[in-house]
Design a protein. Sequence first.
Length: 93
Amino acid sequence: MKNLTVVECPVVFPGENEFGMSSVDMLPRLGIAAGLESRHIRVLDERIIAVCIWKSTFCAKLFFDAAWSERANTLWGEAYQIRFEAIDDASAA
């Protein structure tokens, strides 16, 4: 079963944090994140909304692991949300 993740976070630039990362750097990318099938990003009112479809829940959780959560808390504090939702293959198409 495929997995849908939705990440909503503020726009952060590399010079604004100890990791030297932007908000987009924290999001999965095709060819780098194992199992990522598609990624759609929208910026609205200084917030990024990323919708990702994964081959499985395992792949999604592998990317959004404890280390990712730690970096996300450092970058965004409580100003981000992430949602995981299992979807069937037909609705992902």
